[in-house]
Design a protein around this ligand. Structure first.
Ligand SMILES: Cc1cc2nc3c(=O)[nH]c(=O)nc-3n(C[C@H](O)[C@H](O)[C@H](O)COP(=O)(O)OP(=O)(O)OC[C@H]3O[C@@H](n4cnc5c(N)ncnc54)[C@H](O)[C@@H]3O)c2cc1C
Length: 416
């Protein structure tokens, strides 16, 4: 029977980063992933690659429900729910609603800031020996409307209050900073501490280092179940083999909950479907990544490419593309960058990804109380790339029995 000290289920940004840090602590590590080696179907592959200490407000926040309900009525809005009256979905929605309060935001914001800043510093460290297109020119929040600009300025004030750098900008100040393309906006905020990577390069570079360090990465192999003995996970079964191990890391992205349901563990997790479209060498592209606030679009220049990412459809796993929302997303880009022409993206195939959405906007990181050798590393929603190195680092510290400086109770997979 094949064996490994640590078995990692899922090889997206979170699984591979976990493998990296756990291996560095001296453990023998195997990653089992059901994706093809190019990782195309992982959520990490086509993401916008942003590392965003500025995103301090968790997804579950006051105002989100009201805005979400409004958007549900608009077929071209960036948000929707593919509602199914299942226990998992109703219970997730209920927990999300409960978490969307200002007390949770306050605690969550402080923790997210610390985690993101730490993850950023780990990216800078990794960048010394790997090449994944890290750029540190910050991120712009661009607003079309005065009311949303006012809300963004309130968030930037909150960010400054907790020690982050955030520069409020009028339209001409934005256009002075954004040298690649003209913007047509009411104003914006620049977060200079934010940065971005090419997520595909990150996956490939970290995989290369793992293989050089004798970490086994097994692709196109689905973990079907986990076996338990004496209160511990002892093995995972794939279609081909049964792998025994001492420790197991659950980083199967939006599929994580279904897998551990089989051993009667419940983590509230839905999939947040999003699309991205990538232009190779477009006629023009911006110099600085941006969130186009009202349209909820992430615009990322990555090397010679330019990627748009957006839409959020809460689903239980469907990858079907809603063409109307996709078209609206592409059209909306013109409202911010008037020089962008729809023909640049017209013939391009969209990519679909399923974000792992926890019910309170904070990831699940840590051991399950019931099975202390099974570690959750999932639920990162829109922050999985941002927090990948830090998640791997934390999991490696927990496995090695080291102390951690953060309040891990807010991240516990047993918190609901
Ligand atoms: C459009 C879009 C833009 C985004 N932009 C950003 C961004 O700018 N910044 C940011 O931080 N985040 C961003 N995100 C979110 C980010 O992509 C996710 O949070 C992150 O990729 C999650 O990583 P993961 O490793 O947990 O999951 P995944 O990348 O999905 O990896 C999970 C892996 O596990 C495998 N797997 C699943 N089930 C099994 C099984 N049973 N057995 C074996 N393998 C299994 C899957 O095939 C997959 O390869 C974006 C997401 C989308 C959709």
């Amino acid at each position: 029977m094949p064996h490994s000290d640590v078995i990692i289920i899922g090889g997206g940004a979170i699984g591979l980063s976990s493998a990296y840090y756990i291996n560095r602590m001296g453990y023998e590590v195997t990653v089992i992933d059901n994706n093809t080696p190019d990782q195309y179907d992982s959520c990490s592959w086509g993401s916008s690659g942003m590392i965003v200490p500025s995103h301090i407000v968790p997804l579950a926040a006051p105002g989100v429900i009201k805005q979400g309900l409004k958007w549900l009525l608009d077929p071209e809005s960036p948000f929707s729910i593919e509602f199914k009256p299942t226990f998992e979905m109703i219970s997730w929605l209920w927990k999300f609603r409960k978490a969307a309060n200002s007390k949770h935001v306050k605690h969550g914001a402080d923790l997210l800031r610390q985690l993101s800043m730490h993850s950023r510093s780990l990216y800078l460290e990794l960048d010394e020996t790997m090449d994944f297109g890290l750029e540190t020119n910050g991120i712009l929040m661009l607003c079309n409307r005065e009311d949303t600009l006012k809300e963004e300025l309130a968030v930037s004030a909150m960010a400054r209050d907790i020690g982050m750098t955030a520069e409020d900008l009028n339209p001409s100040e934005v256009n002075k900073l954004e040298t690649g393309m003209l913007t047509d906006i009411a104003g914006g905020v620049h977060y200079p501490m934010d940065c971005h990577v090419n997520p595909v390069s990150y996956l490939f570079e970290i995989k290369k280092v793992l293989l050089e360090s004798n970490v086994k990465i097994i692709h196109e192999t689905k973990v079907e179940g986990l076996s338990i003995e004496n209160g511990k996970v002892i093995s995972v079964t794939t279609g081909k083999d049964t792998w025994t191990g001492k420790n197991f890391v659950l980083s199967a992205g939006s599929f994580s909950a279904k897998l551990v349901n089989k051993i009667k563990l419940k983590i509230p997790l839905m999939a947040g479907k999003g699309y991205s479209v990538t232009m190779e060498s477009p006629p023009q592209k911006p110099a600085i990544p941006a969130i186009l606030v009202e349209a909820r679009i992430a615009s990322t220049p990555m090397g010679h490419t330019w990627r748009f990412g957006g839409t959020m459809t809460v689903t239980q796993g469907s990858r079907l593309i809603n063409q109307r929302k996709l078209n609206a997303m592409l059209r909306n880009v013109q409202n911010y960058y008037p020089e962008y022409d729809l023909s640049w993206t017209g013939s391009l195939n969209p990519w679909v990804g399923l974000r792992p959405l926890s019910a309170d906007g904070l990831p699940y990181i840590g051991a399950f109380q019931e099975y202390p050798n099974l570690f959750a590393a999932t639920g990162h929603a829109m922050l999985g790339v941002s927090l990948a190195p830090l998640t791997g680092y934390l999991i490696s510290q927990i496995i090695a029995g080291k102390s951690i400086d953060y309040d891990m109770t807010m991240l516990s997979p047993d918190r609901f």
